[in-house]
Design a protein around this ligand. Structure first.
Ligand code: NAP
Length: 349
């Protein structure tokens, strides 16, 4: 057995020299190097932007969605939607640990990977036969490979697996929101969360409150989600707006904040076209956190320039130290947040 690269470059089939995330194709061979871990995969959580893109493309035809996901994984050796570029993550059981693996995982341990499916070698062995193509969560049999530098978290004993998977998928968002809201120590900032009724959005609301934001605005798509937000009780104001309509979005936020933009705007929608509204909704000198994978860098950068908007823009890196534990802490601290997640998982299952 030989040692691989801790960042997994030995698994890249093409193009030569790329790291696994940027690779077109990975080698998903279940045989491990001596610093790798093999996981027997039980469930995938497809990234929300990816799943929505596939569902829209196929007009809601689950069989066609399933066929395309299978084809992507077979062609690429990983699950990376070629349109959105995003993946998701997985849960499974550790079934082989190389003698030099630094991850500290044990055989038989149930884990969730905290690195994206876009860089995780993945081999499907059941043809996704138990999945109807209608939910983000995909029951599956197969194997995945973790490298020396991958990260994974044990599934908590007191949380259903489907819920843990959904929480871990977006756990970078609340940790980043806490960091950004906390650092503005001269005065507590106002925060607007766009797409607040979703998974990353609702966790971001909880994080903004936890970090003592001065005021938290939840922006949602419709009155059904607005009612969910009032029940959740984590926002000081709830506003309804289409996040892809820049003027409507900025109007909704500034109206909720008595004529000012938000100091921190967090974009948690799963559709493209929200960059300009988010920039317009943000106060001068404020920060926009683009957690959404449907964000376009040119739209954000050129849009802000064109609006002469002096705002800082952050890409929502899915990794922040301690992110998984913090998300679990928020879930346990807010039973209604757990309820909202369960409703979403149920609705999409
Ligand atoms: P989610 O649970 O599906 O939430 C998305 C929310 O946005 C939903 O409430 C949705 O409403 C709402 N929405 C959609 N279109 C809207 C519109 N035009 N106006 C207002 N609201 C709208 O998604 P999620 O799992 O939280 O993921 C959110 C985003 O984060 C996705 O783009 C995903 O790819 C990204 N993500 C990023 C990372 C990272 O590392 N940066 C990691 C995971 C996920 P409906 O439900 O009514 O459609």
């Amino acid at each position: 057995m030989s040692t691989g690269s801790p960042v997994g470059s030995h698994r890249v089939v093409s193009p030569a020299g790329a790291l696994p995330q940027a690779a077109v194709r990975l080698d998903p061979d279940p045989e491990i190097r001596d610093d790798e871990v093999r996981v027997s995969v039980e469930r995938l959580n497809l990234d929300a932007a990816s799943f929505r893109q596939l569902r829209t493309k196929h007009g809601g035809d689950g069989r066609a969605v399933r066929a395309e996901v299978l084809a992507i994984i077979a062609a690429r050796g990983k699950m990376q939607n070629p349109v959105t570029g995003s993946g998701g993550m997985l849960i499974g059981t550790v079934d082989a640990v190389g003698p030099r693996s630094p991850l500290g995982l044990k055989l038989g341990q149930k884990i969730a990977t905290l690195v994206s499916l876009t860089l995780t070698p993945l081999l499907i062995t059941d043809g996704l036969e138990r999945w109807d193509g209608e939910s983000e969560q995909v029951p599956v049999a197969g194997t995945a490979i973790l490298f020396g530098r991958s990260i994974a978290a044990p599934i908590p004993d007191d949380m259903p697996e489907a819920l843990a998977l959904a929480v871990f998928d977006v756990c970078g968002a609340p940790a980043l929101v806490r960091r950004v809201v906390s650092r503005r120590y001269h005065s507590a900032p106002t925060v607007a969360v766009i797409g607040a009724a979703g998974k990353s959005g609702s966790l971001s609301l909880a994080a903004a409150k936890d970090a003592h934001a001065a005021k938290v605005v939840a922006v949602v798509r419709d009155q059904v989600e607005a009612a969910q937000m009032r029940r959740l009780g984590l926002a000081d104001k709830v506003a309804v707006a289409d996040a892809t309509d820049p003027l409507a979005l900025s109007h909704a936020v500034t109206e909720a904040l008595r004529g000012r933009g938000a100091d921190v705007t967090v974009v948690c929608v799963d559709v493209p076209g929200c960059e300009h509204g988010a920039v317009l909704a943000t106060a001068t000198g404020g920060t926009v956190v683009f957690f959404s994978m449907a964000t376009s860098f040119p739209q954000a950068a050129l849009g802000a320039e064109g609006l002469a908007a002096d705002v800082e823009m952050l890409i929502g890196n899915g990794y922040v130290p301690g992110h998984a534990d913090y998300a679990l802490h928020l879930m346990n601290a807010h039973p209604r947040l757990k309820e909202l997640f369960n409703t979403r998982i149920g609705a999409h299952a």
